[in-house]
Design a binder for this molecule. Structure first.
Ligand SMILES: CCC1=C(C)/C(=C/C2=NC(=C\c3[nH]c(/C=C4\NC(=O)[C@H](C)[C@H]4CC)c(C)c3CCC(=O)O)/C(CCC(=O)O)=C2C)NC1=O
Length: 184
């Protein structure tokens, strides 16, 4: 499990080299944008249960067979496991975003997850769809592109300094894409 700093050290050491100027420049950016990064993590963690339940609901709306006999969100024991898995995935994505590195997500969450799903009969395309919906809402919360029209009565605007957070939005999106390609 690495973060942006230990990743640079590990890759320099693997080449028996000093930490390179490119790595140092990237780390300078990581430090300079540290408060933005914390706001981005907070945008996900403060809205986690809403993001997860909305995504699982959306996945089921598109495929109601999931909550009928034989569906993998039926009965309630499986529905609870599904919601829990959504929370787990989002939590590991928030760790990766905080660390600026995907290894915690890879090692502790994705490693073996697809195989587990296949063994249990969890439909991986549906799971990937739920993660894709989580991606849309998490990215909207980080980039503050959510609107009252889209959010309805649940609309929430996070208090944070307004500025360019496109790089963090793209980085967060990449972790969701990593989960999708890891399980689908
Ligand atoms: C370390 C991190 C970690 C992960 C990632 C994890 C996932 C995980 N999800 C599981 C089950 C499950 N996961 C789901 C999830 C879903 N079913 C659907 O139809 C949807 C597509 C989807 C929700 C989006 C379900 C329903 C089960 C229970 C399946 C069963 O027992 O038949 C199981 C089997 C054991 C259990 O039921 O608890 C594991 C290990 N556990 C962990 O500790």
């Amino acid at each position: 499990m690495l973060d942006a700093f230990s990743r640079s050290v590990a890759s320099a050491d693997a080449k028996t080299a000093p930490v390179g100027s490119g790595d140092l420049a990237a780390l300078r950016g990581y430090v300079a944008d540290g408060n933005k990064r914390l706001d981005a993590v907070n945008a996900i963690t403060s809205n986690a249960s809403c993001v997860v339940s909305d995504a699982v609901t959306g996945m089921i709306c598109e495929n109601t067979g999931l909550i009928q006999a034989g569906g993998n969100c039926y009965p309630t024991r499986r529905m609870a496991a599904c919601l829990r898995d959504g929370e787990i995935v989002l939590r590991y994505i928030s760790y990766a975003l905080l660390a600026g590195d995907a290894s915690v997500l890879d090692d502790r969450c994705l490693n073996g997850l697809k195989e587990t799903y296949i063994a249990l009969g969890v439909p991986t395309q549906s799971a990937a769809r739920a993660v894709a919906i989580m991606k849309s809402s998490a990215v909207a919360h980080i980039g503050q592109t959510n609107t009252p029209a889209a959010g309805g009565t649940k609309y929430r605007k996070m208090e944070s300094t307004v500025g360019d957070c496109s790089a963090l939005v793209a980085e967060a999106a990449s972790y969701f894409d990593r989960v999708i390609s890891g399980i689908a």
